[in-house]
Design a protein around this ligand. Structure first.
Ligand SMILES: Cc1ncc(COP(=O)(O)O)c(C=O)c1O
Length: 407
């Protein structure tokens, strides 16, 4: 019996149920992944007991000899992994990290440019319901009719609105991001370039997607998506912005660092430097490309006609109708396939009732799925979309596939 099971069976039983769910359903949320046992051990370690406001060597509390070493290790590994001049490993998650970056580099009311949420951007890139849209003045670029970012269009908007900050990096964009071009445009208009690589940082670390370094001023990534670390985020930047970024994290927007998670980030960064991780990241992309191709072969339209990374967007408008993303996602859940409804470019339906699905391969790849398994998954997804009455049959096939999941 574990201590938790003995002491609090309510919580223990729910964790066990969730663990079972993760192994008996096909989890295809593009932002989710499975971290290693080593990462999870560090996450649940005694390091969470310690208060250590400040930075290595400059703490407001005594007793931080080993915490300092843990944080320095995480900083050194983050810098090495991404080739960055400076790293702050304290951000609690992606949204607060973006908040801190805005706090460091902008004044309230300042103009910035980011991707439209409806085209694949994130809430923190200027949504009116988010701090970024409430406290600052956002302008947006989108995608062309085929779903691709048009860099000439980005440049035109940047020249017209003269933003102080330009954000590249997105939540639902399946194609290679031209970080170099974003930096060039930022330089032309005198803006700072922030690359939010939350989704693709694992692919960048593995050399599968071009890096935003050395051209980009500031880079933010969550650590729990393709990077396969614990929940959290890091900010990487050029030395010129280091002091402002560090001050904006502490004392600007956070208190005591989550030392257990910083240790777990260090573990994940070391894992990401291994040949096995490079192989994993390459497989994630191969799997996503197989998913896209097989869906299209079965008559399911994929935005941009494929993917260069770990995710893709299915456009349901022609097959199921506009605004049917959530309904279809629920149907897929009945079949044991978990994904999320998502807007598609130029979606006629509102964001709360979008017309597409976002599907990703990071978690299934961590669970040992290869292209031939993904091909089977794609056929099952196509069956549910085209023939909802096959849900029960598909669920039975999903059960068989899940029996192969490695933990
Ligand atoms: C591009 C991007 N930035 C920021 C975030 C925010 O991360 P978190 O959910 O950890 O706050 C996300 C999360 O989905 C994201 O996709």
């Amino acid at each position: 019996m574990t201590a938790l099971q003995e002491q609090d069976n309510d919580v223990y039983a729910l964790i066990e149920k969730e663990a079972k769910r993760q192994k008996t359903m096909l989890n295809m949320i593009a932002s989710e992944n499975i971290s290693s046992r080593a990462v999870r051990e560090a996450t649940s370690s005694v390091l969470s007991h310690k208060y250590s406001e400040g930075y290595p060597g400059k703490r407001y509390y005594q007793g931080n000899e080993f915490i300092d070493q843990v944080e320095q290790l995480a900083i050194d590994r983050a810098k090495q992994l991404f080739g960055a001049e400076h790293a702050n490993v304290q951000p609690i998650s992606g949204s607060p990290a973006n908040f801190s970056i805005f706090l460091a580099l902008l004044e309230p009311g300042d103009t910035f440019l980011g991707m439209d949420l409806a085209c694949g951007g994130h809430l923190t890139h200027g949504s009116p319901v988010n701090f970024s849209g409430k406290l600052y003045k956002p302008h947006h670029y989108g995608v062309d009719q085929n779903g691709f970012i048009d860099m000439e269009e980005v440049r035109k908007i940047a020249v017209a609105v003269k933003p102080k900050l330009i954000i590249s990096g997105h939540s639902a964009y399946a194609r290679t991001v031209d970080f170099e071009k974003f930096s060039e445009i930022a330089q032309e208009v005198g803006a700072i370039h922030l690359a939010d690589i939350s989704h693709i940082s694992g692919l960048i670390a593995a050399g599968i997607h071009p890096s935003p370094f050395p051209h980009t001023d500031v880079v933010m990534t969550t650590t729990h998506k393709t990077l396969r670390g614990p929940r959290g985020a890091i900010i990487l930047c050029k030395e010129a912005h280091a002091q402002a970024i560090d001050k904006a994290i502490f004392p600007g927007s956070q208190g005591g660092p989550h030392n257990n998670l910083i240790a777990a980030k260090a573990v994940a960064f070391q894992e990401a430097m291994t040949p096995e991780f490079k192989q994993y990241a390459a497989q994630v992309v191969k799997n996503a490309q197989m998913l896209a191709q097989t869906l299209m072969d079965h008559g399911i339209p994929v935005v941009t006609g494929g993917t260069d990374n770990h995710l893709l967007l299915v456009d349901l408008q022609g097959l199921v109708g506009p605004g049917k993303g959530a309904e279809t996602a629920k149907l897929l859940e009945q079949a044991g396939i978990i994904c999320n409804a998502n807007s598609v470019p130029y979606d006629p339906a509102p964001p709360y009732k979008p017309s597409g699905l976002r599907l990703g391969t990071p978690m299934l790849t961590s669970q040992g799925f290869m292209e031939e398994d993904i091909q089977t998954v794609a056929v099952l997804i196509a069956s549910v979309i085209k023939n909802p009455e096959t849900v029960k049959e598909v669920r039975a096939s999903v059960d068989q596939l899940c029996a192969r999941i490695i933990s």
